[in-house]
Write a protein that binds this ligand. Structure first.
Ligand SMILES: [Fe+2]
Length: 262
């Protein structure tokens, strides 16, 4: 219970910087009650569910609630821009591969963003400043109703690209920007997507059973070509996420161990 409360109090810090102590306390108590309610009904927060169920299966399913769970083409995307803190690192393990189609595609979002900045600074400025609504509602390993507002290109205080947040499948039908900004936004997005898909930027490969790939979900966009599905499951990848903060902590510890052993 304590780790959940710590997470929520961190959320209060982030989103209610002018909080008074009473609000903070009430919110924390509500979180404890909410946590207990969820635990009693086996209804977990998504992040906790990831922790409880550390891998997920990508295969075509009846009643698919996500285009990943069909045999159709998956356009370039990062996973979970609908979360304010999307998974940092992704692992994909190929268990079964389709005989026809199913090739994987990746593209370096940082490189393409910098290309966009070179060729059309205004388009870059629009994508790195406009807040875009994302939504995802349904049932997978648990019930969820997720919403976020994200810039497609995140830059840091120096103007350097630090994260891509883009999945057109979960971009909301709501787009909360002034009407006169809509067309320039779509023109900028089209230019970005065209660059992602240009043959000079993308890399295509086909995984074989036993292969595992790992990549930076904040930097790399990934996709998949359509494949032919049969009566049985014809393609099966098992996926997992890791958090950059956790991985970096582990790397620092390992570095210290190596330095101390020399
Ligand atoms: Fe994905």
């Amino acid at each position: 219970m304590s780790s959940s409360v710590i997470t929520w109090t961190a959320y209060v810090d982030l989103h209610f910087p002018d909080k008074c102590l009473d609000l903070y306390y009430t919110f924390a108590m509500n979180c404890i009650q909410l946590y207990e309610l969820c635990a009693n009904q086996n209804m977990w927060f998504l992040a906790l569910d990831f922790a409880a169920c550390p891998t997920w299966q990508v295969e075509d399913k009846i009643d698919a609630n996500n285009v990943a769970y069909t045999s159709g083409k998956l356009s370039f995307h990062t996973d979970y821009p609908v979360l304010y803190h999307p998974p940092g690192i992704q692992f994909l393990h190929c268990i079964k591969q389709a005989a026809t189609g199913g090739e994987s595609e990746v593209v370096d979002g940082f490189h393409v963003s910098n290309k966009l900045k070179e060729q059309n600074p205004q388009a870059f400025q629009i994508l790195s400043s406009t807040l875009v609504d994302f939504t995802d509602v349904g049932v997978d390993y648990c019930d969820f109703t997720m919403q976020s507002k994200q810039r497609i290109i995140n830059v840091d205080y120096r103007g350097q690209v630090v994260r891509i947040n883009y999945n057109n499948a979960t971009r909301d039908t709501v787009f909360d920007i002034p009407a006169e900004k809509v067309q320039p936004f779509y023109a900028a997005l089209k230019e970005f997507v065209d660059l992602l898909n240009s043959p000079e930027h993308k890399f295509t490969y086909k995984m074989k059973p036993g292969d595992i790939v790992t990549f930076d979900n904040w930097r790399l966009l990934h996709g998949r070509r359509s494949y032919q599905s049969g009566a049985e499951i014809s393609r099966h990848l098992e996926g997992a996420y890791a958090d950059w903060d956790v991985v970096m902590s582990r790397l620092r510890l390992l570095r210290k161990i190596i330095q101390n052993s020399n």
